[in-house]
Design a protein around this ligand. Structure first.
Ligand SMILES: Cc1cc2nc3c(=O)[nH]c(=O)nc-3n(C[C@H](O)[C@H](O)[C@H](O)COP(=O)(O)OP(=O)(O)OC[C@H]3O[C@@H](n4cnc5c(N)ncnc54)[C@H](O)[C@@H]3O)c2cc1C
Length: 387
C-alpha cells in the first residue's frame, strides 16, 4: 500500500486528501452514487483518520489517537454507517477522582451525595441544593462564569478548574464560554456520559468499518502519501481537502493554534484496570487528564487489558482548536480564501477549524455530497427548463 506514488497518467474525477470520516464518506458517495473515479490519499500509514484502531501485540483492540465513542441523535448518520458495520450497544460512563473518591461525571445527584455526605432523594432536592451553591454571575462571558454561575465555586474548583487548565494550558476565565457550556449538571442519577438516542460501537472496530466504506472498485486508496508530494503529479478534476486549512494556504496569515495530546498506551497483566471506560483526573497535580480502558468499549475478553493515559501538550498533531475569539478571527481569514478557491471543497474538522464529533463529520460529509449533487444537476435542470 505504501509503495512510492507513481504518477500513472490516469484521470481521476476527484482527488481526496485525508482518509478520515470526511474524506472516506465522500469517496464512497461519489464512487457509488456518481460512478466517479476517486483517488484518496492520506499521509498517515492507515485509513480512518483519528478514529483508527488496531489490535496491539497482546491482541487488544485499542485506539491509537485516544478513545473514540460513537453517539448520535441522527438517524440519517446511523442508517448510512449501518451499511458498513454491525453495532455493539455501549453506553459510556466516566468517573472522576475527586478528594480520593471516584464519583460520576457529569455531576449528578450521586456525585453530590457521595462527595458531600448528603442524602438528596429527588431531582427537586438536588436542584435546590445546586441552586443554594450557585453564585450568579451578571454577564456570562467565560468558561469559569458558566460553571460558577450554575454550581458555585467549590464544585467548579473540584471538577473544572484543574482539568481545564491542564487540557488547554489556559485558565477557564480565559476560555470562551462554549467550552464548559456543553457540560451538563444533572439532578437525577443518570450516570451515562452521553444521552444521545443512539450509542454504540462499530462491532468489529472503526478500521474494519472504514475498509468496508472504501471497498469500491472506483476508489483507489494511497496511504503514506502527502498531498504536497502529489498535488502536481495527479491528473484530477476536483479536489476535496480535509487537512488543515492553514497548511493548504502555506500558513500565509500564520498558524491556527491547536492543543495536542500525547498518548501513553499501556498493556497491563490484569483483567480489568478500572470500573468504567474512562476515569478523569481533574487534580492539577496529576499530569494526565484521563485514563481510558478499551475493553469496556469493545467488550473484548482477555486476561490482559490496555489503557491509554492522555497528557495534554502544546506540541504534536492538531487535535483541539483553541476556542478564543482571536483564533476564530484568524480562521475567518482562511475561510474567506477557501471560499474563493475554485475547484476545491474544504470539509472536515481540520479544514473548518472546529471540534466536531464523528457523527457530525459524517453528517457534514453527507450534506457536502448533496450540495455537490445539486450543483452538478443545476446546469442540466436549467437546460431542461430552457427547452
Ligand atoms: C482525543 C480525541 C478523542 C475523540 N473522541 C471522540 C469521541 O469519543 N466521539 C466522537 O464522536 N468524536 C471524537 N473525537 C473527534 C473525532 O476524532 C473527529 O470527529 C473525526 O476524526 C473527524 O474526522 P475528519 O475526517 O474530519 O478528520 P481526521 O480523522 O483527522 O482525518 C483527516 C485526515 O487527513 C489527513 N491529512 C491531513 N493533511 C494531509 C495532507 N496534506 N496529505 C495527506 N493527508 C492529510 C490526516 O492524516 C488525517 O488522517 C475525538 C477527537 C480527539 C482528538
Amino acid at each position: 500500500m505504501n509503495a512510492p506514488f507513481r504518477a500513472e497518467k490516469r484521470h481521476y474525477d476527484y482527488l481526496i486528501v485525508g482518509a478520515g470520516f470526511a474524506g472516506s464518506v465522500l469517496a464512497e458517495r461519489l464512487a457509488s452514487q456518481h460512478g466517479a473515479r476517486v483517488l484518496l490519499v492520506d499521509r498517515r500509514p492507515h485509513v480512518g483518520g483519528n478514529a483508527y484502531d488496531e489490535p496491539n501485540e497482546a491482541g487488544i483492540l485499542y485506539h491509537k489517537y485516544g478513545p473514540h465513542i460513537f453517539h448520535t441523535n441522527s438517524d440519517q448518520v446511523v442508517d448510512y454507517l449501518s451499511q458498513f458495520t454491525e453495532w455493539r450497544p455501549y453506553e459510556h460512563r466516566v468517573r472522576a477522582v475527586v478528594r480520593d473518591k471516584l464519583v460520576p461525571i457529569p455531576i449528578n445527584r450521586t456525585t453530590l451525595n457521595e462527595l458531600f455526605g448528603l442524602d438528596l432523594k429527588t431531582d427537586e432536592e438536588a436542584a435546590e441544593y445546586l441552586a443554594s451553591r450557585a453564585e450568579p454571575v451578571d454577564e456570562i462571558k467565560t468558561s469559569e462564569d458558566v460553571v460558577v454561575n450554575a454550581v458555585g465555586r467549590e464544585l467548579y474548583e473540584l471538577f473544572f478548574r484543574g482539568y481545564t487548565r491542564k487540557q488547554w494550558d489556559l485558565d477557564p476565565s480565559e476560555l470562551d464560554k462554549q467550552v464548559t457550556a456543553r457540560i451538563p449538571t444533572r439532578t437525577n442519577t443518570d450516570d451515562r456520559y452521553f444521552t444521545d438516542t443512539f450509542q454504540a460501537m462499530p462491532r468489529d472496530g472503526y478500521t474494519a468499518m472504514f475498509k468496508r466504506i472504501l471497498d469500491h472498485p472506483l476508489i483507489e486508496v494511497r496511504t503514506g502519501v502527502d498531498f504536497r508530494d502529489v498535488r502536481d503529479e495527479v491528473d484530477y478534476g476536483h479536489l476535496i481537502y480535509t487537512g488543515p486549512v492553514d497548511e493548504y494556504f502555506d500558513y500565509r496569515f500564520g498558524k491556527l493554534p491547536y492543543r495536542s495530546l500525547k498518548f501513553d498506551h499501556q498493556t497491563l497483566e490484569q483483567e480489568q484496570f478500572q470500573e468504567t471506560g474512562t476515569v478523569n483526573y481533574p487534580d492539577e497535580q496529576v499530569p494526565y487528564t484521563r485514563i481510558s480502558e478499551y475493553k469496556h468499549l469493545t467488550g473484548q475478553q482477555s486476561p490482559v487489558t490496555t489503557v491509554t493515559y492522555e497528557y495534554p501538550s502544546a506540541e504534536g498533531d492538531p487535535y483541539y482548536p483553541i476556542p478564543r475569539e482571536e483564533n476564530q478571527a484568524l480562521f475567518k481569514k482562511y475561510e474567506a480564501l477557501a471560499d474563493e478557491t475554485e475547484g476545491v471543497t474544504f470539509v472536515g474538522r481540520l479544514a473548518t477549524y472546529r471540534y466536531y464529533n464523528m457523527d457530525q463529520i459524517v453528517g457534514q460529509a453527507l450534506a457536502t455530497f448533496r450540495r455537490m449533487q445539486e450543483r452538478a444537476n443545476a446546469p442540466r435542470e436549467a437546460a431542461l427548463a430552457a427547452e
